[in-house]
Design a protein around this ligand. Sequence first.
Ligand code: IPM
Ligand code: MG
Length: 372
Amino acid sequence: MLLNLTIVAGDGIGPEVTEEAIRVLDAVVSAFGHQLKLTRKNIGGAALAASNDPLPPDTLDACLKAGAVLLGAVGSPAYDKNPGHIRPEAGLLRLRKELGAFANLRPAVCIPALLENSPLRAEVVKGTDIMIVRELLGGLYFGQPRSIVGEPGSREALNTMRYSEHEIERIARVAFELARSRRHKVLSVDKANVLECSRLWRDVVSRVGTAYPDVKLTHQYVDSAAMLLVQHPTEVDVILTENMFGDILSDQAGGVVGGLGLLASASIGGAVGLYEPVHGSAPNIAGKGIANPLGAILSGAMLLRHSFQLEREAACIESAVSAALAAGHRTCDLAREGQPALGTSEMGSKVVEASRELSASHARAGAHEQPA
Ligand code: IPM
Ligand code: MG
């Protein structure tokens, strides 16, 4: 198979971590007999610097034509004072919209080797395996009208939270379908005691849920769900929630399992899937070669699974990451007292090595299966 990828590495640590993800992807897909074809384009602050547009037309075009898009990160303090439409983040939001990527999947799994990295007691966090299904194209992020008006001192700002039944229905279906391949539980998170959007959300999710009698649906307000996440994270299977709540809860879930550096995401549902680590551009450590590439590498695994149905290849990357961690390799965000910290590309190399071993043993197993 030829895997046609558009790479938009973006800002800050984006380029560094994306390079490692590409190295791992290349090692794994070639071991399984596939080939990568890469097209690199600018997005975010990097694109603003070159063209004053955070999503230039040729970038969008290359993304729409790709089999999948791998993104590093967007965001740079240099543009903090820019109006909304020419901030780096606007490029990412427009890309999500243009790709039709309404379903954002963010797994948060407690990896045994990192049990001690969680701020929670080991017995609380052990076994945590959460899939956050975040609606990605609606709510406050995209609702119109939006504005800041008036003179300094008496300005007013306005954002709009808006959801249609159709938007809620399609994301709910994604969550219920995913729950069927997991522990058959959906926790729908809203603020239905206060917000009309959430009341509609709860109503539509309940209706969709009747088509999935094998999945246990519960509803919870976002404040109390935030507490559940830290008190009893192992009780949570699939979280289904709107755009802003999902943004917040996914960082929280990252903290619960020991850090954001490991979290990967898939933004799917449209013509082309978009894959990116959950962490941001981390300008404070950009260019130092110390960022954790595992979130980007695991996003590569999600890319293989969701855009190319290459489940074995995806699992190989995930096992390689677990093996590298089990062998004690750590980047500085994960290293605990007494543990040496590897740089970004050294960590990438450990995962490449582990994936080579895993894919080689896979190939040997495959050879034994051949008829004589
Ligand atoms: C995320 C990020 C983005 C978001 C930003 C960079 C626009 O925080 O992917 O979680 O809010 O969706
Ligand atoms: Mg976020």
